[in-house]
Design a protein around this ligand. Sequence first.
Ligand code: SF4
Length: 107
Amino acid sequence: MGASDRSGNPGLNIMWVEDWATRAACQAGTPDALFVRGAEQNKAKQVCSGCAVRTECLAEALDNQIEWGVWGGMTERERRALLRRRPAASWRTVLETARDQQTPVSL
Ligand code: SF4
């Protein structure tokens, strides 16, 4: 799979990476490093700050309601809070639109 650009204007928008897992910054570490518990997740998520596919990873976790581990720079607790606020959202749509428009996500 490759990247897609919904607008047809690749010069302005960042393309959505369909095969985002192959570009994950956390690939270099051990898989268990992101599946720590509690407050350790806040330290673990630091690897996500430099990840090129953070948005895609977060959308995957939210849309699939993945409960465990750090995904997209967010802890389990942080993701649960988002899901409570917008339980019916398509997070890919929300996050992709916000990124295309360079606007913060309104929750
Ligand atoms: S955002 Fe974090 S958990 Fe997701 S792929 Fe990137 S480094 Fe891994």
